[in-house]
Design a protein around this ligand. Structure first.
Ligand SMILES: [Zn+2]
Ligand SMILES: [Zn+2]
Length: 332
């Protein structure tokens, strides 16, 4: 019996037999069967009713590894049996941003599992332009993490990291950990900070080369790059103190607002970037990198905190909701 998860309303998550996915494929579509799904902070915001653009009922799931089961007439670069990761944010290809290649900020963007059906289902249909083939050597449990990893890959491309650069990552959730992973793989000397000691211990167990410190130990004017991944006002504001003169602050966290100390910012001639999700190339590059660097792939896989079968989905959500470090995975 085919299964899918449905979030009927905030807090009301259930499993059911899907209703509509056995329709014939359009030419550009693929039918896929999810193998693994990851649960992240935005899923929890939708679950808790804290995501302004969420619609209910919605099928959750945007961190997805799937296998192709059927191919539409025009999707001939794919074949049944191919493993694919899914780009879970749509892009129109026609707006100004899309035409500049910035499909991540498409003004017609929709997000799987938030305002269009996601991929926590045994069988579903996706346009082939959102499917990215997974190289054979990349294991399932690594491939399913490519979506959050691509966020970090995209963000870290805003800055040129050189060997030995001092990089501070503020906030050690999954996205902070992945930015630290990318920065240290590029040769930076990475310091991480978080208000939760268990997160610092967790990230240090995965990345023994990073230097974990508490927020009060962060020295002023010391970091060529500060990655703000906590999404908290205090973390944003302290980034302006921590950044070295001429340095860069990279915002990936989602604090609602914070005060910018303009004199400090201007006098340091610092740069502030925002970075949101990824484009197709970030997925392709992330997969190619993981394909040739097993050590990187192993560290990414080590970010998994729990793996639970789909039938026990409540356990996976409660792991994620507990705030325990490490990604919760659903195995289909
Ligand atoms: Zn996510
Ligand atoms: Zn667009």
């Amino acid at each position: 019996m085919l299964r899918e998860l449905i979030l009927e309303a905030p807090g009301k998550l259930l499993m059911r037999t899907p209703r509509s996915e056995s329709r014939p494929l359009q030419a550009h579509e693929l039918r896929v069967s999810t193998l693994y799904g990851g649960i992240c902070g935005s899923d929890l915001k939708v679950y808790e009713g804290h995501m302004a653009h969420a619609v209910y009922p919605v099928r959750p799931g945007h961190e997805l590894l799937a296998v192709v089961t059927e191919v539409g007439d025009d999707a001939t670069s794919f074949a049944p049996g191919d493993r694919v990761v899914i780009i879970p944010n749509t892009f129109c290809g026609e707006c100004d941003q899309c035409r500049r290649g910035q499909t991540n900020i498409c003004c017609n963007k929709q997000s799987l599992g938030i305002n269009v059906p996601g991929g926590f289902a045994d069988e579903w249909v996706v346009a082939s332009k959102y499917a990215v083939p997974v190289p054979e050597a990349v294991p399932d449990r690594v491939a399913v993490l490519v979506e959050p990893f691509a966020v970090a890959v995209h963000a870290m491309q805003k800055v040129q990291i050189c060997e030995g650069d001092e990089v501070l990552v503020s906030g050690c959730g999954t996205e902070g950990a992945l930015c630290a992973l990318v920065a240290s793989a590029r040769g930076a000397h990475v310091t991480v900070t978080d208000i939760q000691p268990d997160r610092l211990r967790w990230i240090h167990s995965i990345l023994p080369n990073v230097h974990p410190i508490t927020p009060d130990q962060v020295a002023d004017d010391s970091f060529a790059v500060v990655v703000e991944a906590a999404g908290a006002r205090a973390s944003v504001e302290s980034a302006f103190a921590a950044v070295a003169p001429g340095g860069i602050i990279l915002g990936v966290g989602m604090a609602v607002e914070a005060a910018i100390p303009m004199q400090r910012f201007v006098r340091k001639e610092a740069t502030l970037y925002g970075s949101i999700i990824y484009v197709y190339d970030d997925f392709a590059q992330a997969l190619a990198w993981l394909n040739r660097d097993c050590e990187l792939a192993a560290k990414l896989e080590a970010c998994i905190g729990a793996e639970v079968s789909l039938d026990a989905f409540e356990e996976a959500y409660s792991h994620a909701l507990s705030g325990k470090p490490g990604k919760a995975l659903l195995k289909f």
